[in-house]
Design a protein around this ligand. Sequence first.
Ligand SMILES: Nc1nc2c(ncn2[C@@H]2O[C@H](COP(=O)(O)OP(=O)(O)OP(=O)(O)O)[C@@H](O)[C@H]2O)c(=O)[nH]1
Length: 202
Amino acid sequence: MIAFVAGGARSGKSAVAEALAMGHLAHQPREARGALVYLATARVGDDEMAARVARHRRERGEGWLTCEAPLELADALDGVKAGSSVLLDCLTLWAGQWLFEAERDEAAGRAMLEWLITSARRRDIALVVVSNDLNEDLPPRDALVWRYLAFLQRLHRDLAEEADRVIEVVAGRAVYWKDIEGKGIEEKDIEGQGRDVKGASS
Ligand SMILES: Nc1nc2c(ncn2[C@@H]2O[C@H](COP(=O)(O)OP(=O)(O)OP(=O)(O)O)[C@@H](O)[C@H]2O)c(=O)[nH]1
């Protein structure tokens, strides 16, 4: 299962994505069940970010393996057991790091995403990808910002095309734009986690 979860900052998209990843794993037969993996792309650069990361770790709770991969997502996925559920959070940061820190190009970035999806499907890994929708009405004047936004939107479209589920989180509500299996988020999957998530089909 490949899912794309988009939404604005603090929209609640992490909680929705966590519920999806956990729910998927819980429904796998015990003998085929891998690990629950949080693949973080953020670099912890300052105290504010460190505090946010600590809060996220607390809220995720036990049961998650955390893997930090600011650039090399393919290598990180290679290290994950077949049958796992992987939450990649988030594509937004990764895209910027890929273009401006690693100085790699758009084609290689799209190839990396395609490889992730193919590899996840081949190894029965559920991949839930989180991203911020940073779209603007008009192209920005700054050429670098424009290059970044165009790349991110291209990745979003590639991902949406391939994904089984495309979800937009608005004010903590999950709105489905695509749901091939027609399952939605099962409320029982998120019970007891203290996170406020409502799944709604559009
Ligand atoms: N390096 C690292 N980053 C983490 C970890 N846990 C979470 N993050 C990062 O935290 C970021 C998400 O946190 P926020 O920025 O607070 O979330 P948000 O997207 O604004 O808000 P929501 O919509 O509520 O998820 C993602 O970029 C993650 O990569 C971790 O354990 N290690």
